[in-house]
Ligand binder design. Structure first.
Ligand code: C2O
Ligand code: CU
Length: 469
């Protein structure tokens, strides 16, 4: 049945005993996102503008593969960790304790925290040792989709399950965006047919070079969960790529997606796209309009994304999430506003220029990555002053793409073909240069920047930025 006719029919009939529904008021199907449910933490603070939670890092047995348990590293005993949700301007307090067998920390990816809350051991705080704790407190200044993860031995710790989603709501967002669903995408490296982790050094130097993708795909910690949708009834997906190395291309045949924004909330305009790539660390905020026939089930698949040498060659597609269109009459999709947010172009007339060349050195079996040929352990800081604007040319002449992430500040990509938006993570494809403009508005301190393929970061592709008062 053509979508529109079905929708009108649905709207016209209604149910006898209830006030007539317009198509837009139809709910999501019963239990639509049950299989994707996230752990919601208890707010210990009575103040409506403060979210205060306890969070314990601990090893917990989790059944990723049916009938097999994995001793996952978790926040609060679940993968992903608790879903932190607050509104712009709220204060977030996290009383963190560490029951893991090694030191850890929490970095609030994308949130403009004060420097001492940034969670980088040895730079902004001491490592949180086993049995220790730390009180994180900051104000959520920006609306958007963010996440948290450790910043120590991070390829391993994130790979074992340590990540959690954060949504900072803007109460003025239009309702037409639809019911919200957080989709935290990740993978976990389990040995074949078992619940045990693969060894940390799997693949040796090639593992460092390629980045260790897990063997089991997870959406909100689940293997191939089912999402229920109603034809025409929109859903707002907040996608977070929490995988240590994997890129995701999101798309469903026969569907257009409307991208609203990503890292720092809404972009200037919405745009219709057939699919979109979300690189490690990055977020995407989209409206998904189901347009399959009632009764159909489609698969959202992981498809290989070109990110350099051998990353697409001969690699199979994999099922990630089933999308079941319930057997009910379609509804009329709501129109999505085009103009979303005022985003002023950054004035770069007096900008300080830097070139950051992302480099890989191969010596026999040793892989050393760096910025301008210098690995992190010898880093030379980039310096900036509050009030300055910088333009960084991120160049990549290596054989792999690198998702570049900057702590503490948002930037704009200098590329007229892109819809203007604020970002903290951007892919730098093989043989390309990406120019970003960064205003350093406040919050002096030592901030990290690095490749968010965490194996690359640990192989040395990381540096520090000193922002002076
Ligand atoms: Cu999610 Cu230093 O990063
Ligand atoms: Cu990289």
């Amino acid at each position: 049945m053509p979508l529109l006719a079905g929708a009108l029919l649905a709207a016209a009939c209604g149910r006898n005993d209830e006030p007539q529904l317009t198509a837009l008021q139809v709910d999501q199907p019963e239990g639509w996102a049950d299989e994707l449910a996230l752990n919601v933490p208890v707010d210990l603070n009575p103040d409506p503008n403060i979210l205060e939670i306890e969070l314990e890092a601990k090893v917990a047995d989790i059944e990723f593969r049916e009938g097999l348990t994995t001793p996952a590293w978790t926040y609060g005993g679940t993968v992903p960790g608790p879903f932190i949700r607050a509104k712009v301007g709220d204060t977030i307090i996290v009383n963190f304790s560490n029951s893991l067998p090694e030191a850890t920390s929490i970095h609030w990816h994308g949130i403009r925290v004060p420097n001492e809350m940034d969670g980088v051991p040895g730079v902004t705080q001491d490592p949180v040792a086993t049995g220790g704790g730390f009180r994180y407190e900051f104000v959520a200044r920006d609306a958007g989709t963010f996440w948290y993860h450790p910043h120590i031995n991070s390829a391993a710790q994130v790979g074992w399950g340590m990540y959690g989603p954060i949504v900072i709501e803007d109460p003025t967002d239009p309702e037409e965006f639809g019911d919200e669903l957080v989709l935290m995408l990740s993978d976990i490296g389990l040995a074949e047919g078992s619940g045990e982790f693969l060894p940390v050094d799997t693949g040796g130097a090639f593992g460092d070079l390629f980045g260790r993708e897990g063997t089991v795909l997870l959406v909100n910690g689940k293997v191939r969960p089912t999402l229920k949708v109603r034809a025409g009834k929109q859903q707002r997906w907040r996608i977070i790529n929490a995988a240590r190395a994997r890129y995701y291309t999101i798309g469903l045949p026969g569907h257009m997606l409307v991208r609203l924004g990503g890292d720092n909330g809404l972009a200037a305009r919405s745009e219709e796209v057939p699919n979109l790539v979300v690189v490690p660390g990055e977020r995407a905020d989209i409206v998904f309009t189901p347009s399959n026939e009632p009764g159909e089930t489609a698969m959202l698949r992981w498809v290989p994304t070109e990110r350099g040498f051998g990353t697409v060659f001969n690699r199979p597609r994999e099922n990630m999430m089933a999308i079941e269109t319930v057997d009910e009459a379609p509804v009329i999709p709501a129109p999505i506003p085009t103009e979303l947010r005022e985003i002023e172009a950054i004035d770069i007339a007096d900008a300080v220029e830097h070139t950051l060349d992302m480099t890989i050195d191969l010596n026999n079996n040793d892989v050393v990555m760096g910025i301008n040929g210098i690995p992190y352990w010898n880093f030379e800081p980039v310096q900036a002053r509050i009030g300055e604007t910088h333009v960084w040319s991120l160049t990549n002449t290596t054989i792999f793409s690198h998702p570049f992430h900057l702590h503490g500040y948002f930037f704009q990509v200098l590329d007229d073909s892109r819809v203007p938006e604020w970002k903290d993570t951007i892919d730098v494809p093989v043989d390309s240069t990406v120019r970003i403009a960064i205003p350093f508005e406040d919050r002096p301190g030592a901030w990290m920047y690095h490749c968010h393929i965490l194996d690359h970061a640990e192989a040395g592709m990381m540096g520090q930025l000193y922002v002076l008062p």
